[in-house]
Design a protein around this ligand. Structure first.
Ligand SMILES: *Cc1c(COP(=O)(O)O)cnc(C)c1O
Length: 378
């Protein structure tokens, strides 16, 4: 079975982790600092804060910008639930905005229409790995004095014009789960150019305590103070050792993802039923996912059949995502309703994520294309 996504782990990754395991520090040691510096440098941001996963990165970001009870944060409905959940963790209310039908990226006009006096921030999601329209989103955020956050969990390695993903918003969050563009097993990172926000996020991931064990050890001191309420969102040294090793290979993997996408694009070009998502001009797409929309009257039934028949043929497709406002938790707790984001809801009926990962060979891509063609003919 060709899965929809898969990590790449080489011998040098294994060696890096083993070396960290044999070192003095299993957690919050030198590898964390080194990984943060390398990550910040690779995206061109001033600061990177490493945490235990992408959801923790989002929670940490929401805390840093001061989201609390009564605050509203605008999020796209076409995303993973954690994008909205992080607002709820802080007592705020996620307000769902619709997406563009061609790219499934947050529609800036739809986001602006949801702004109220209680709105504090917009979280844009670089769905599938394509950066959103940050030119428009930045103007809206400035006009209404809102924080702009990029949930860049799909888009590490991407860019918009000459700016890399990780520098496009005030805070930019990443996941390093095995299915994402690089991995630390579980892991997350937030990048920012704001030193105060970086400092507040470093506190938040360590119980709100002003120093860590290694710093106190170096200073020969036992004294510490807790100055804020925080969590334990730390990441281990051996995970960061893996991250340092993986980061060196990221550009090559993104290049391969883009080649695979180009092969799919060529195969499906001018085709009537299987239509890849649109790509905006000026974008360097990081292709975490390769998403197609099925066209036609019976797209929903076609999608169900395509999903099942592809599995029969050894191709593991997937669906990203059920619009978040349709999950029972949001319907009940926030009284969201069907019809609230019609474009995301309609897209959900017809989207399919085809296999996409750097170690896919051309013959694997061709196998997927052939399987899709066969199912179309049924
Ligand atoms: C993966 C993902 C997350 C959550 O990351 P975890 O590391 O799994 O917690 C959040 N948002 C988006 C868009 C994601 O794809």
């Amino acid at each position: 079975m060709i899965p929809y996504g898969r990590q790449t782990i080489d011998d040098d990754d294994v060696q890096a982790v083993v070396a960290a395991l044999r070192s003095d520090w299993l957690t919050t040691g030198p590898a964390v600092d080194e990984f943060e510096r390398a990550f910040a440098a690779s995206v061109g941001a001033k600061h990177a804060v490493a945490v235990s996963n992408g959801t923790a990165a989002l929670h940490t970001a929401m805390h840093a910008i001061g989201i609390g009870p009564g605050d509203e944060v605008i999020v796209p409905s076409m995303t993973f639930a954690a994008t909205a959940n992080c607002v709820v963790f802080c007592g705020g209310t996620p307000v769902f905005a619709d997406v563009n039908s061609d790219t499934l990226l947050l529609d800036p006009g739809a986001a602006e229409a949801k702004i109220t006096p209680r709105t504090k921030a917009i979280i844009a999601v670089d769905y599938a790995g394509q950066p959103c329209d940050y030119g428009a989103l930045r103007l809206i955020a400035e006009r209404h004095h809102l924080a702009l956050v990029d949930d860049a969990c799909h888009a590490l390695g991407g860019a918009l014009g000459d700016k890399k993903v990780g520098t496009l918003a005030d805070l930019n969050t990443f996941s390093l789960h095995p299915v994402k563009n690089m991995t630390t097993g579980e892991g997350g990172v937030i990048t920012t150019d704001h030193p105060e926000l970086a400092g507040s996020m470093r506190l938040f991931r360590n119980h709100g305590i002003t120093s860590d064990h290694r710093q106190r050890n170096a200073q020969g001191s036992w004294f510490y103070e807790m100055v804020d309420l925080g969590f334990n969102y730390r990441v281990t040294d051996f995970q960061c050792a893996l991250g340092i090793s993986q980061l060196k290979k990221l550009d090559g993997w993104i290049a391969r993802r883009r080649q695979i996408a180009a092969r799919y694009e060529e195969a499906f070009h001018g085709q009537s039923t299987v239509c890849p998502l649109g790509v905006r001009p000026g974008v360097l797409h990081a292709y975490h996912l390769f998403v197609v929309q099925l066209q036609g009257e019976n797209a929903s039934e076609m999608r169900a059949r395509m999903f099942a028949e592809l599995r029969e043929r050894g191709v593991g497709a997937n669906v990203h995502y059920i619009p978040v406002h349709l999950h029972p938790f949001y319907l009940k707790r926030f009284s969201t309703r069907v019809g609230q984001c019609p474009i995301a809801e309609r897209a959900y009926e017809r989207i399919l994520s085809l296999p996409m990962f750097p170690t896919m060979r051309d013959c694997d891509v061709d196998k997927v294309v052939t399987a899709v063609r066969e199912v179309e003919g049924i």
